[in-house]
Design a protein around this ligand. Structure first.
Ligand SMILES: [Zn+2]
Length: 217
């Protein structure tokens, strides 16, 4: 994975209309009893003018996860790094409320190919086809630390790399491989299906230990 500098937020994410959606979300989730409910008005601000185009330009037409050059064949999905409306824990249906306060946060948006973003049946070497794709997953080292309110995400120890927010040395990131599997993930204490296998090159292997500790803040 290559580092991508987080550029300035598109103007459409800071318009009064976008602010109104964020205010409506805050109002909805401030009502006692709504803490575990899905937001039923829908999210639209993140799809504002120029968002998809700016993400495509920043990432040079490549998927933020697999780096496939999607631009030649398809428009990018605007992917929420932290799911906006619910989180899938293991095989559950998405559990609301998700990270609603990050629904139109620029740093939470990434361009993704449809295979990485959506749950689809995929062929895997040596095994039966199974459903893969990030969808509403956002694995953490400890589910007990899952954020339930704005700001709490700072205490999470995430297991998913972010091309702009992850602090890691490039030689290690180039050899990071994300895998979707049923066995407990190498860096997951919860046995989550989505984990990472780090395979540093010989020249970078000596730096892997120190770098990995900064990969999962
Ligand atoms: Zn992809």
């Amino acid at each position: 994975m290559q580092h991508v500098d987080l550029g300035p937020s598109p103007p459409s994410l800071t318009t009064p209309k976008a602010d109104a959606e964020r205010a409506a979300l805050r109002a909805f989730y401030s009502i006692p009893g709504n803490e575990k409910l899905p937001y039923d008005k829908g999210f639209t601000a993140y799809k504002g003018d120029g968002v998809r185009e700016q993400l495509t330009e920043m990432f040079k037409g490549k998927c933020a996860y697999c780096e496939t050059f999607y631009k030649a064949t398809q428009p990018a999905d605007i992917e929420h790094f932290r799911p906006k409306g619910g989180v899938t824990i293991k095989d559950t249906r998405p559990q609301p409320p998700g990270y609603w306060w990050l629904a139109s946060e620029w740093s939470n948006l990434l361009p993704s190919c449809s295979d990485c973003n959506r749950p689809r049946r995929q062929d895997f070497p040596g095994g039966l086809p199974r459903t893969a794709g990030k969808a509403n997953r956002f694995p953490l080292a400890s589910e007990a630390k899952r954020a339930a309110a704005p700001g709490q995400e700072a205490k999470e120890r995430r297991l998913l790399l972010h091309p702009s927010l992850t602090a890691c040395t490039p030689p290690v990131l180039r050899h990071a491989e994300h895998v979707h599997r049923r066995a407990p993930a190498e860096h997951s204490s919860s046995g989550d299906e989505w984990g990472y296998r780090m395979s540093a090159s010989p020249s970078s292997r000596r730096r892997t230990s120190a770098a990995s500790s900064s990969t999962y803040p």
